[in-house]
Design a binder for this molecule. Structure first.
Ligand code: MFK
Length: 546
């Protein structure tokens, strides 16, 4: 037998994740931490076992069978092993339901579970996110009939009664521009609303319910005229005949996730509230799914870095393990620092969401949450692609070989910058938040996070970048085209400032306990720069595209 390479081993995703442990130690009261621990241990065990079995799995894509042998339309989807286990794992460990319990930490505890479950779930977390979003939007609607009907299912802790919910927004015409939605809602003779149209991306197609946008008959064009409806997709064990699955999408990544194109031929539907302003009504769902997106992006980064770090101890080159090569070690440390910043921001959004929902938030925190949600989503989405790409490179050629399981990390990561809104859509959404009290709230919060810190240089850099962002907004705020053209640079700057200030808070907490690693992450993160502001010249843009 000649030369063989030692494959990377996955460290325990919970026990060996010091960043997760430190955040939970800092943020949770000891009793809640103790109560959460068994679920996190179990989800970490599940994730490690899933990585070990992944190499043996042969079928990595769901299969749609549209017709049975006798000509009946069946639209049956065979799922991968992880997806078949999804309802049991998600309910047994209250991955979703825990976020709807009492207490300001409920969401934080939910997202700690999501973080550990996500990669192993093979994106079963995608429909879970939408189910969580649907439960949140239903609660916000105050529609008692629908809440009583759906919430016990969506928040169930028993796989036998659990329902998944989809989010039916995207259409051929209305992608990011949801106002172009063509699906129509019409009342039948009995007064029952029914949906007619085509939804172009449905990732919870195996679900039992969905929230969908549609234009009520006779309503005008545009976003404001859309209404939000609740639907159920099953009639007992059979999919309702008014819902037809046209095909499963052939995607770059997330292969295990059965994303479908569907047609609605009069599917019964119930409005959540008024028959207009459906986007406003679906916004609580979007903000929850965008938080899932950020936490899942961070989970992918953690997985990629964990494998790359392990490999660096096994693989030798130029006479030394990779981890002893100065440039390789430096590259890994850069990745770790960026990951820790992204982790801090994503979990701050999770904690804030819980505080705001439970009425425990300080005066500025609702505006802060409104701003940090799109910032966390857009920045972690891009960073996941960058770090997963870098991690693949840490394996050399092996990172490019399918049956190492590594390329999948990069393909899957690309979805975070697209799913639930592209980077540009989210940058524009952050402008909505900045039109309110978003920036003032971020500055107030940052001062709190920097309090007691001993890295004066980092604090100065953060304050200077926030000042620069405020000046940029003053300069460009009145010129809408300039504001939009520079919105991405502004959003990245604010996301990095928030992440740096949160790293400073973690460094102060850890430093008092003798752990200097978060302070090192802060120094390195700030060293990569915070200011990403641009002032694009409109005439140059036109020239370059001409
Ligand atoms: C995981 C794997 C997945 C597998 C593959 C999937 C690939 C991707 C498939 C997908 O399609 S994912 C879905 C992607 N689509 C989106 O996320 C929608 C993107 N578009 C937006 O987010 C737009 O910003 C939005 C449609 C929400 C609104 O744009 P508009 O049409 O210009 O509406 P407008 O008038 O600005 O906002 C309507 C109202 O909603 C306003 O309130 P008012 O009526 O009170 O004035 C807004 O303030 C409010 N609003 C909008 N976004 C909000 C919000 N409120 C709170 N939070 C928000 N985020």
């Amino acid at each position: 037998m000649g030369f063989a390479q030692d494959p990377p081993q996955l460290a325990h995703p919970y026990r060996d994740d010091r960043v997760l442990h430190a955040m939970l130690e800092r943020a949770l009261p000891p009793a809640r931490r103790g109560a959460l621990d068994p679920d996190l241990q179990a989800l970490g065990d599940y994730a490690q076992a899933a990585w070990q079995r992944a190499g043996r799995t042969t079928r990595r894509k769901p299969v749609l069978t549209q017709w049975d042998a006798w000509g009946n339309r069946v639209d049956r989807i065979e799922l991968t092993e992880a997806w078949q286990e999804g309802p049991r794992i998600a309910t047994a460990h209250a991955v979703l339901a825990s976020g709807h319990e009492a207490g300001e930490h409920a969401r934080l505890e939910e997202f700690a579970r999501v973080y550990l479950y996500h990669v192993a779930s093979e994106f079963y977390t995608c429909p879970l996110a939408m189910t969580d979003g649907a439960a949140t939007a239903l609660k916000a609607s105050g529609n008692r009939m629908l809440m009583e009907r759906a919430l016990p299912r969506l928040l169930s802790r028993d796989a036998a009664t659990f329902w998944l919910s989809g989010q039916w927004m995207t259409e051929n015409a209305g992608g990011s521009d949801v106002g172009r939605t063509e699906t129509a809602a019409r009342q039948d003779a009995a007064g029952q609303w029914r949906l007619y149209g085509r939804k172009w991306f449905s990732s919870a197609v195996v679900g039992e319910a969905a929230l969908g946008l549609a234009r009520p008959e006779g309503a005008g064009p545009g976003t404001g005229a859309l209404a939000l409806f609740y639907v159920e997709t099953m009639d007992g064990a059979r999919r309702r005949p008014e819902l037809v699955i046209d095909r499963l999408k052939d995607k770059l990544g997330t292969h295990e996730l059965p994303t479908a194109e569907i047609h609605l031929h009069g599917l019964p539907a119930w409005p959540l509230g008024e028959l207009a302003n459906g986007v406003r009504q679906v916004a609580p769902m979007l903000n929850v799914t965008r938080t899932w997106n950020a936490v899942c992006a961070v989970a992918s980064m953690a997985r990629a870095i964990s494998l790359a770090r392990d490999y660096a101890t096994r693989r030798s080159a130029f006479g030394r393990p990779l981890v002893e090569l100065p440039l390789h070690a430096h590259t890994l440390a850069d990745m770790q620092a960026e990951f820790e910043g992204a982790f801090a921001l994503a979990f701050e959004v999770a904690h804030l969401l819980g505080r705001v929902e439970q009425g425990d938030a300080a005066a500025h925190e609702a505006a802060l949450l409104r701003l940090l949600t799109p910032l966390a989503k857009l920045w972690t989405g891009k960073l996941a692609v960058k770090l997963c790409s870098e991690a693949l490179e840490c394996f050399g050629g092996a990172g490019y070989i399918e049956d190492t399981g590594l390329p999948q990390l990069l393909r899957d990561a690309q979805v975070y910058a697209i799913w639930e809104g592209t980077t540009n859509v989210l940058s524009l959404d952050s402008l909505r938040a900045l039109a309110g009290d978003g920036l003032a709230a971020l500055r107030t919060a940052s001062e709190g996070w920097l309090e007691g810190g001993d890295d004066a240089a980092a604090s100065d850099t953060i304050r200077q970048a926030l000042d620069a962002a405020a000046r940029w907004l003053d300069r460009h705020g009145a010129a809408r085209d300039m504001l939009e053209a520079g919105a991405r640079g502004l959003a990245f700057t604010l996301a990095r400032c928030a992440a740096a200030a949160l790293l400073a808070r973690q460094a102060t907490w850890a430093g008092a306990r003798g752990d200097r690693r978060p302070a090192a992450a802060l120094r390195r993160f700030v060293g990569h720069g915070l200011d990403r502001l641009v002032s694009p010249a409109a005439d140059d843009t036109a020239l370059l595209l001409g």
